[in-house]
Design a protein around this ligand. Structure first.
Ligand SMILES: Nc1ncnc2c1ncn2[C@@H]1O[C@H](COP(=O)(O)OP(=O)(O)OP(=O)(O)O)[C@@H](O)[C@H]1O
Ligand SMILES: [Mg+2]
Length: 275
């Protein structure tokens, strides 16, 4: 397995982002489900590393286990085996303090934008005196400070997803888990949000783990792309060593994407993935 970039990452100004304490190393992760048809092994020996402060994307065919892996990282699902280490120390999957952004923003319709974020802050037992500041600051970060008193139905899909991102950031997690956050948006909105996400990443220094089906999106955003195959195995780990700021049409990105996809389709053609 190739090793990811060093813990010093280039940010979008080409400068280095803050130094982070260490890598998160996942070794031999295993997850099975009991189903009416018997036991389903989603992955049985998944090993990879994530540099703190880095932007890592996870790609792979539908049903290969990307969301399951995110839920294991989050501790929402218990792994059936494997070891996770952070900065060389073993941790439980639930020990990561994370913000989770889903494909759908999952806002509560009967609460305003501000109240939706406050709801998450209460759940995390953030002191009430910090609520107003965090709500405003994070809405400002996603450009929605003027919508604090709006209800979700009054917002566009892209705006609702921005609120979902602000809510995830407001709890001030070290890790942001994003499971296909832009896939239900039109391409114009998604493009704008990708750019904004990179700005937020640069400003906050978070470790971002991002699931996508979109190889252009993965190449544009990521330091590293993990590619799972349909057998729950890590087929590829690719570092995108293209300086930032990047533009979607950058030749180096186009080449990186085409190489990534060629390797994947060769792997499919070799019969490694049942479709
Ligand atoms: N709670 C569960 N119980 C039983 N099987 C499950 C459960 N959750 C997921 N699975 C199965 O595990 C496999 C991996 O599912 P997962 O949702 O992680 O895939 P995915 O890669 O995220 O797919 P997609 O790209 O469509 O979102 C699938 O076969 C799915 O049916
Ligand atoms: Mg999924």
């Amino acid at each position: 397995m190739a090793s990811p970039n060093s813990t010093q990452q280039l940010n979008s100004e080409g400068a280095t982002s803050p130094t982070h304490s260490g890598r998160i190393v996942f070794s031999g992760l295993e997850k099975r489900f009991d189903t009416p048809d018997g036991e389903l092994t989603v992955f049985s020996d998944l090993s990879f590393e994530i540099a703190e402060g880095s932007f890592t994307s996870i790609m792979g065919p539908s049903g290969c286990g990307k969301s399951t892996l995110m839920n294991v990282i989050a501790g929402l699902l218990q792994p059936d085996g494997g070891v996770i280490e952070r900065g060389g120390e073993p941790v439980e999957s639930g020990d990561f303090f994370y913000g989770y952004v889903f494909q759908e923003p999952r806002l509560l319709d009967w609460l305003t934008v501000g109240e939706n974020i406050r709801f998450a802050l209460r759940a995390q037992e953030v002191p009430p005196e910090d609520h107003a500041g965090r709500i405003y600051r994070n809405l400002e970060l996603v450009g929605l400070e003027d919508e604090i008193d709006s209800y979700p139905q009054q917002l566009s899909g892209g705006m609702r997803q921005r609120v979902g991102i602000a809510r995830a950031l407001a709890i001030e997690p070290n890790i942001l888990l994003m499971d296909e956050p832009f896939s239900s948006l039109d391409e114009f909105t998604a493009k704008e949000l990708r750019q904004d996400l990179l700005e937020i990443w640069k400003e906050t220094g978070k470790t971002i783990i991002f699931v996508t089906h979109n190889s252009k999106e993965a190449v544009f955003l990521s330091d590293t792309i993990l590619v799972l195959d349909g057998n729950g195995e890590l087929f590829d780990q690719v570092n995108i060593d293209v300086p930032r700021p990047r533009s979607v049409g950058d030749e180096a990105l186009v080449i990186a994407e085409s190489t990534l996809m060629d390797r994947f389709f060769d792997h499919l053609d070799a019969g490694a993935v049942e479709e």
